[in-house]
Design a protein around this ligand. Structure first.
Ligand code: DGJ
Length: 712
């Protein structure tokens, strides 16, 4: 997390029953209240209340952080057993305090304790005023003689009371990430969780949309968007009780993860991060986008580099000459960087395929006699930067690392090994392994300070779960693996604060906001078929800004044009992974022009406000636009597989000034072709663009239009 400067410290502590604890942003408010019994309740979550007198009218609500063993009938936030075997916990208010952090955030800590047992819990809320995002975590500590085991340890509980609840989840698999599906919640539980450990988000992403009273809509209705900042197993439980109330319990998935803490040891949960919008999901996503850029993403307000990757062009089959040729292609395209992917390392077991070599991070002498050093020099000599792929948390059984350090591998004694992509996970709970993994990056950077970027991959979930290091604490492994990973990433960030890195996990197997404190961007999917990417990028856009999402022009689905593929990639962080010699001269010129356009429009596409205009889930078309203030906008419109004779509707723009006049100009046009946009070159009012709209769709398959809108 960015280090926030503490400016002021206000102590609002008092032990008055009935007092309200207001956690507020400009538009959103979560209110906690101390009940007569000293327990803390949640009377309100929603729009910020503007009349102080209304607070007295609020019902008490339900307990804010529920514990096990008392009178509650549903899923608790916290369950532990005391040294004397008593399995219950009662939490009562002690104090609360708020401090103003730098960059427009206020942190409120509510302290609770058990009146009979020495267990204390702090609920910590950080409210980001301008972005309307709130983070919440719990800190649990005890003073009992012997260790205490935690069985459930949620980051947050939120309570809602509405006429109905609709939940949107994001699920899928490799190359098929974040399919959105919405279900109405009825009595009982719906759980979104994973237990994959490392590539934790492969089947389900740690994010949800909860809509109250009606299904989620883009521009209307009350929605909560929630996610967990945790690069491991997560769990969101949505439980509707017999009164129709909904509780959302979010945190680390406690599955297989009982966690023992010694006296005085603090267990800090990851942060649950959410926003509320009374104007639908579009507004909520924009809240997340601005918050991510300003407060979370590594170098969130900085620039991003365009690149040419060699993965799909060569896979494992390359040598220095071939790579030098691709660097020339990067220069021809006009991108900033050449990114060397998998396959550059291993000597006893050279990495000629994904079956061997992982873990042995020495350059393969037969492929690259001059090593990374020569490649960096060659790239720099040609005027492009050099980026490098690594997968430092993993090992192939066919590797020198496995032969030397079997005890560093997550693997079960007395069992055959089970492999995912021919590999196993290293035991990052072990400090010696953390040192080794940090050393991979550190050695590469020390020997080659010219490396300008890393792509950090993670292709396997944790299989064969057992840690030789953790001995009798096996149930700590899922959690300690993630904490070990953070130790490494923290050290990398401290030593190389300006090093941009791409978070990758066989596509979008890792997409959470804690990891993204250490990464400038992530790889949403290996599926770069533009017709598929339209859905994948749409799905992720609910939580992540375009700036965080890499999108590359590749050879997937050659039935679509290079223009269509480029236009789809250009609505996120543009890159290429394609043999440019396979393109015609016109196509290559088109790509070069697109890179120039992208560089010019980065402040709008990557840093502007995104409006999702037409959903690909609603038909055969999709449109999004980005605005930088009300003076500049870029609109992307795509036809997917339209029906013959289908009725087409104009795309109504958003976020402009109705009173201003705008020039409409189609860009990314194939050289030699004209514009197909009816109002191309014309000046029209913001009012027209937002109420009538632009006729951008057609009945052609896989056709796209990019339009630049400029206030005059
Ligand atoms: C999976 C990634 O998603 C791909 O982009 C590529 O880097 C391969 N791994 C390399 O093994």
């Amino acid at each position: 997390m960015k280090k926030l400067l503490t400016l002021t410290f206000l102590v609002c502590s008092a032990s008055l029953y009935g007092q309200n604890i207001r956690i507020q942003t400009s538009d959103v408010e979560l209110i906690l209240r101390v009940g007569d019994n000293g327990r803390v309740y949640q009377p309100h979550l929603g729009k910020r209340l503007s009349h102080e007198s209304d607070l007295a009218l609020l019902p008490q609500g339900r307990e804010a952080y529920l514990t096990h063993g008392l009178e509650d009938y549903y899923l608790p936030a916290l369950r532990l057993t005391h040294n004397d075997g008593n399995p219950s916990l009662l939490l009562q208010y002690v104090s609360h305090e708020s401090k103003v952090l730098g960059e427009g955030a206020v942190e409120t800590t509510v302290r609770l304790k058990d009146p009979k047992y020495p267990v204390e819990v702090a609920l910590v809320y950080t409210a980001y005023t301008d972005e309307n995002v709130i983070k919440s975590r719990a800190e649990i500590v005890h003073g009992e003689k012997k260790p205490v085991t935690l069985y459930n340890y949620a980051s947050s509980v939120l309570h809602l009371d509405a006429a109905g609840y609709w939940l949107t989840e994001f699920s899928g698999n490799w190359a098929n990430e974040v399919n959105m599906s919405e279900t109405k919640l009825e009595f009982g539980k719906k759980i979104l969780d994973t237990k994959l450990g490392s590539r934790a988000d492969m089947l389900c992403s740690p994010m949800f949309i909860l809509s109250q009273n009606s299904p989620a809509a883009e521009n209307s209705g009350s929605v909560i968007l929630g996610t967990l900042g945790w690069t491991g197993n997560f769990s969101f439980t949505f439980e509707v009780d017999h009164t129709g109330g909904l509780r959302i319990v979010s945190g680390i998935n406690p599955y297989g993860s009982e966690y023992t803490i010694a006296k005085g040891e603090k267990f800090v949960t990851p942060e649950f991060i959410f926003t509320y919008s009374a104007e639908g999901t579009g507004r909520a996503s924009r809240n997340f986008h601005s918050w991510a850029r300003r407060h979370t993403l590594k170098n969130g307000t900085g620039d991003r580099m365009t690149l040419l990757n060699n993965w799909e062009a060569t896979y494992f089959d390359f040598n220095e000459e071939k790579l030098a040729g691709i660097m020339d292609d990067a220069v021809t395209l006009g991108v900033d960087m050449f990114l060397l992917d998998d396959g550059w390392f291993g000597n006893k077991y050279p990495r000629y395929s994904d079956t061997q070599g992982l873990g042995d991070w020495q350059e393969t002498a037969s492929k690259l006699p001059g090593g990374v050093k020569k490649l960096v020099e060659t790239a720099i000599g040609k005027g492009v930067k050099f980026g490098l792929w690594i997968e430092p948390e993993m090992v192939n059984p066919k590797s020198e690392l496995y032969e030397k350090h079997l005890d560093w591998v997550v693997r079960l004694p007395n069992r055959d090994e089970y492999y995912f992509r021919n590999q196993l996970v290293l035991d990052l709970s072990n400090p010696a392994v953390q040192e080794y993994v940090f050393g991979i990056v550190d050695r590469l950077m020390t020997e080659n300070p010219g490396i300008a970027y890393f792509k950090w991959d993670c292709n396997s979930p944790i299989t064969n779960i057992y840690s030789a290091y953790l001995k009798d604490k096996q149930s700590h492994l899922y959690i300690d693996f993630v904490r070990g990973l953070y130790n490494v990433l923290e050290r990398v960030a401290a030593k190389y604060p300006d090093l941009p890195m791409m978070l990758c996990s066989g596509g979008g197997g890792r997409t959470d906001y804690k990891a993204l404190e250490y990464f400038t961007e992530f790889w949403p999917s290996d599926n770069t078929d533009p017709l598929e990417r339209i859905f994948i990028q749409w799905g992720y856009s609910h939580f992540f800004p375009s700036k965080a999402m890499c999108a590359h022009v590749t050879s997937w689905n050659k039935t679509t044009s290079v223009k269509f593929r480029t236009d789809v990639a250009m609505m996120c962080k543009l890159g290429f992974d394609i043999m440019i010699h396979e393109m015609s001269e016109t196509e290559l010129q088109f790509c070069k022009d697109a890179v120039v356009n992208f560089d010019r429009l980065k402040p709008v596409i990557l840093d502007g406000d995104q409006y999702r205009l037409v959903s690909p889930y609603d038909g055969q078309h999709m449109a999004v636009m980005y605005t930088a203030g009300t003076d500049k906008a870029v609109v992307f419109a795509y036809d997917m597989n339209p029906r013959y004779g289908e009725k087409l509707h104009p795309v109504k723009l958003q976020g402009l000034d109705a009173q201003k006049m705008y020039r409409v100009e189609e860009i990314n046009i194939m050289p030699g072709s004209g514009s197909s946009v009816r109002l191309n070159g014309r000046t029209v009012s913001g009012e027209w663009l937002m109420t009538h709209g632009l006729e951008l769709f057609s009945t052609s398959r896989a056709r796209s239009v990019v339009v630049e809108i400029t206030a005059i």
